[in-house]
Design a protein around this ligand. Structure first.
Ligand code: SF4
Length: 373
């Protein structure tokens, strides 16, 4: 295979890894660019969009993760890119201004550190041979040593290690080869410690991803872990990837029960992103996220609206005098509108919600929970 053919295979296999800036809404997640499947539009932290070159270095893997189509023994077309090949293609796209950064992952070929060496080698070539100073996101391979992780930190703008499941028991159902504590949690804690050291390490973004629906886990379990990942490990983002029936082993526990309706799994992924947003941007604690008796988010209800409808004692919120946290609990008001309220009311009283630019259903929703007097 030539480089482009390999890229075509490997980038297609990388699409289920969402633990990067590759979209933050459901529509963006698996959307790929027009020119090549390896070009992904991404949402930039400062707003707007750009494009990442996103690929695996290899889709060969020695591991047996039940949810993953790349696991050892599956009948797929395997190939591997050499570090120089990836670096050259990337630089070609960069010169044509078609990409702004790179997301690089890999199946585990040989040892975890051997795989990390090859991933880090691409970043090293870009940083030192081509003097590329832009965005590089590197995958930390489960079981990687502290030295290999430190090497990635010294080269990358962002790194990710996928936690996959909330807890060891769930994880053991899906993988007989990886050790949850030693291969995943240990390296995640080390990533967290590196960030705490300050300096350049502090600026490296750390992210992780849950595979949703593969191990019969509940949303409460995921939310509990997510809270620790943000508050104890201080990771920057948690992503979710809906497990899709047919990609993994048919015998995964809970598969029939959970995935009988294909749309449900994406609706669940979407609700988890909403819960994540409430915890990161709206000041919700894990105990504030409403779940049903089975510990799951309600697929047909927005979690913020559900919280509001079950806490009548909290409303109405006063637009002209309530604090930021209270304003953020009003359905229809997001962080940007709340900032606008705080700015605007310094200059004078807000008399009507329309002054905030709210319209239509959003205005009606806000009216139910907030007053200007
Ligand atoms: S280690 Fe990664 S690539 Fe390999 S089987 Fe598991 S999830 Fe798939």
């Amino acid at each position: 295979m030539d480089t482009i053919e390999k890229l075509s295979v490997l980038s297609a296999d990388s699409r289920y890894d969402l633990a990067c800036a590759c979209g933050t809404s459901r529509e963006d997640h698996r959307k790929r660019g027009q020119e090549g499947k390896w070009l992904y539009p991404v949402a930039l932290p400062q707003g707007g969009y750009s494009v990442l070159l996103k690929t695996l270095l290899s889709n060969s893997c020695r591991n047996d993760c039940g949810y993953c189509p790349l696991r050892a023994g599956t009948d797929i077309r395997r190939c591997t890119l050499q570090p120089e090949e990836v670096a050259n293609v990337f630089m070609e796209y960069l010169r044509k201004r078609k990409v702004f950064g790179l997301f690089l992952s890999s199946g585990v070929t040989g040892s975890p550190d051997g795989t990390m060496d090859r991933i880090n080698a691409v970043a090293r070539i870009l940083r030192y041979k081509h003097a590329f100073k832009g965005y590089i996101h590197l995958k930390i391979i489960p079981g990687a040593s502290e030295a290999a992780i430190e090497d990635s930190f010294s080269l990358a703008s962002a790194v990710s290690l996928n936690i996959e499941t909330p807890g060891k028991t769930r994880f053991t159902l899906l993988s007989g080869q990886k050790d949850y504590m030693k291969d995943i949690i240990g390296p995640m804690k080390f990533m967290s410690r590196l960030k705490e050291q300050g300096g350049r390490n502090q600026k490296v973004k750390c992210t992780t991803q849950f595979i949703v629906g593969a191990s019969d886990e509940t949303d409460s379990e995921i939310i509990e872990y997510m809270s620790s990942i943000y508050h104890k490990l201080r990771f920057n983002r948690v992503y979710f990837s809906a497990y899709q029936k047919g990609l993994g082993r048919p015998s995964i526990p809970g598969e029939k029960k959970k995935l009988s309706e294909p749309d449900n799994i994406f609706a669940r992924e979407h609700r988890l992103y909403q819960a994540d947003f409430l915890m990161r941007r709206y000041g919700f604690g894990k105990q504030d996220i409403p779940v049903d008796n089975n510990g799951n988010l309600m697929l047909d209800k927005d979690p913020k609206e559900l919280w509001a409808s079950t806490h009548p004692e909290f409303y109405p919120v006063r637009i002209n005098s309530s604090g930021r946290e209270s304003l953020l609990r009003v359905p229809g008001l997001g962080p940007q509108t709340v900032m606008k309220i705080i700015r605007q009311r310094r200059e004078g009283k807000i008399m009507r919600l329309e002054e905030l630019g709210l319209k239509g259903k959003r205005l009606e929703k806000t009216r139910q929970y907030a007053i200007c007097e």
